[in-house]
Design a protein around this ligand. Structure first.
Ligand code: URA
Length: 250
């Protein structure tokens, strides 16, 4: 019998069953128009409220999306974040790089990949003739910093997923590059070792997806840089073989 994604994740021990709570008392008030409500009478989100929130996000334009993210209180990451980190770059980019979540510097500055890992990412982009902001967009699986830079929990990633999905719909990149396991696993919706995902063209909602190591991991594991270089060359070759965009983005 075919199992649902949640059932598979439960079987893998990856479903923490975190329940949504009301935002912390100190949290900024959330604009009703910008942030869809998840409240239900029993303090837990009803499934239809979750669907309604996702449906509302799916109709947003860039401005509404940015406002909604800035006011988001859908998961506990609101409690320790300084600011949300929406994403940066060319909103018509053909290349989208997706990392895990903001670190301390990103949380302070509101831009993804601005710390040491970001410098390495910029160098990786330069090595294949790309530049942050020029035909490149950079985003993360979660838009708020997980405390201590821990890996985002599945529940946190799931609350953020409609935002990234909408960014991708609006941008319509030609190629997605997942930076590290968290990005890969969340975009693909299944658990796998990064070694088994490299060197293949996967798909996210019809868009080709390539997996490589996270720059922060490469800073700690210099020998793997050669493999990341192979992945980038593979990404370029894949990109060059793609059909061009049919029409202008919405
Ligand atoms: N690591 C990430 O995954 N994203 C960032 O924005 C910064 C570091």
């Amino acid at each position: 019998m075919k199992r649902t994604r949640v059932e598979v994740l439960e079987a893998l021990g990856l479903w923490p069953r975190w329940r949504l709570r009301a935002p912390a008392a100190s949290a900024e008030p959330v604009s009703a128009s910008a942030e869809p409500s998840l409240a239900s009478t029993r303090g837990e989100p009803a499934a239809d409220a979750v669907d309604a929130r996702a449906a509302e996000i799916a109709r947003m334009d860039w401005t509404q999306l940015e406002q909604s993210v800035a006011g988001c209180s859908a998961c506990p990451l609101i409690e320790r974040r300084n600011q949300t980190v929406f994403g940066v770059g060319d909103r018509n980019a053909e290349w989208l790089f997706v990392g895990e979540g903001p670190g301390a510097e990103e949380d302070a500055r509101g831009e993804p990949f601005v710390g040491q890992a970001g410098k390495l990412l910029d160098n990786m982009l330069a090595a294949i003739g790309l530049k942050r902001g020029q035909n490149v967009y950079i985003a993360n699986i979660v838009k708020c910093r997980p405390p201590g830079n821990r890996t985002p929990q599945l529940s946190e990633a799931q609350q953020c997923e409609p935002y990234l999905r909408r960014q991708i719909e609006l941008m319509r990149p030609r190629l997605l590059v997942a930076l590290g396991k968290t990005a890969a696993v969340n975009l693909l919706g299944r658990d796998a070792a990064i070694a088994s995902l490299r060197g293949k063209v996967h798909e996210y909602r019809g868009i080709p997806l390539i997996v490589t190591y996270h720059p922060a991991y490469l800073l700690r594991s210099l020998p793997e840089k050669a493999k990341a270089w192979e992945d980038l060359c593979f990404a370029v070759a894949t990109f060059q073989g793609l059909p061009s965009r049919v029409s202008a983005p919405t």
